[in-house]
Design a protein around this ligand. Structure first.
Ligand code: ADP
Ligand code: MG
Length: 260
């Protein structure tokens, strides 16, 4: 845990003046006639780490997926780096590249090596040369500690290694923000920490991150802010110590009591 105390508390990262990277205003989302997000307002500023907590079905994944338009919204506004999300086409692909996403189930391309998974985006979307992309890809695989697995296929890697490749793949696009949707939930317990270590390194490096997780240790130590969702609403938003020690709503109290 020593490394967590090294997190730089650079004031402009956490002040109200840091550049907003992700802004949601009155976002509503329905699947058919079932509304799953209600008037979501959320601003995440440069360098902030926001952890989203809430019971299963509360809309956490849907919220993440709307931020890079894997899901269209019914009303409201979403801006990334100050720009409204375009509807489709090349502009959407470009803006989506600013939002790195790491999923519970890794979602690596099964027929491509670890290195190819990491170089594909920079080559296709950023127009980087293969040589340059591979150089960068190897550096990223080294950063997440799987350099020696570069030429293996995902199926030849452990879950923890696959998830670290997935993080390297997201980083390869130089995203403005990284979204993590329960990145450790599908892992065997002994592999959870190797992924959390990489995430903690990103926190230390000042990465802007939105993290859905059930790892309460990570939430308490790494988050600048906890956002608690229930039934499609943000019902509480606070610094982690206040949230965990003094939840204000019955729903948050109930959620926390069930974790013990
Ligand atoms: P969480 O990630 O907090 O568990 P989700 O965002 O996955 O919650 O789901 C929120 C609600 O939206 C749930 O009721 C879920 O059943 C519903 N939902 C999610 N995805 C779809 C979909 N593609 N079609 C219909 N309903 C969905
Ligand atoms: Mg989910």
């Amino acid at each position: 845990m020593a490394q967590l105390q090294d997190k730089p508390s650079i004031p402009q990262h956490h002040g109200a003046t840091a550049e907003p990277i992700v802004e949601l205003k009155k976002v509503n989302k329905s699947f058919g006639d079932k509304q799953v997000l209600f008037d979501i307002d959320l601003t995440v500023r440069s360098g902030e780490v926001v952890v989203i907590l809430g019971p299963s079905g509360s809309g956490k994944s849907t919220l993440c997926r709307t931020i890079n338009r894997l899901e269209a919204i019914n009303s409201g506004e979403i801006r990334v780096g100050g720009q409204l999300l375009p509807e489709e086409g090349k502009a959407l692909a470009q803006l989506r590249a600013e939002v790195g996403m790491v999923f519970q189930s890794f979602n690596l391309f099964a027929h491509k090596s670890a290195l190819e998974n990491v170089t594909l985006g920079p080559i296709k979307v950023r127009g980087m040369s293969k040589t340059q992309a591979e150089e960068k890809g190897m550096a990223l695989l080294r950063r997440v500690g799987v350099e020696d697995q570069a030429h293996k296929l995902p199926a030849q890697l452990s879950g923890g290694q696959q998830q670290r490749v997935a993080i390297a793949r997201a980083l390869a696009m130089d995203p403005k923000v990284l979204l993590f949707d329960e990145p450790t939930s599908a892992l065997d317990p002994e592999m959870v920490n190797e992924v959390l270590d990489v995430m903690n390194d990103l926190v230390k490096a000042g990465m802007t991150m939105i993290v859905v997780t059930h790892e309460m240790g990570f939430a308490r130590h790494a988050a600048d802010r906890v956002v608690f969702m229930s039934d499609g609403h943000i019902v509480e938003e606070n610094d982690p110590d206040s949230f965990f020690d003094h939840p204000r709503t019955e729903r948050a109290k109930d959620f926390l009591s069930k974790l013990l």
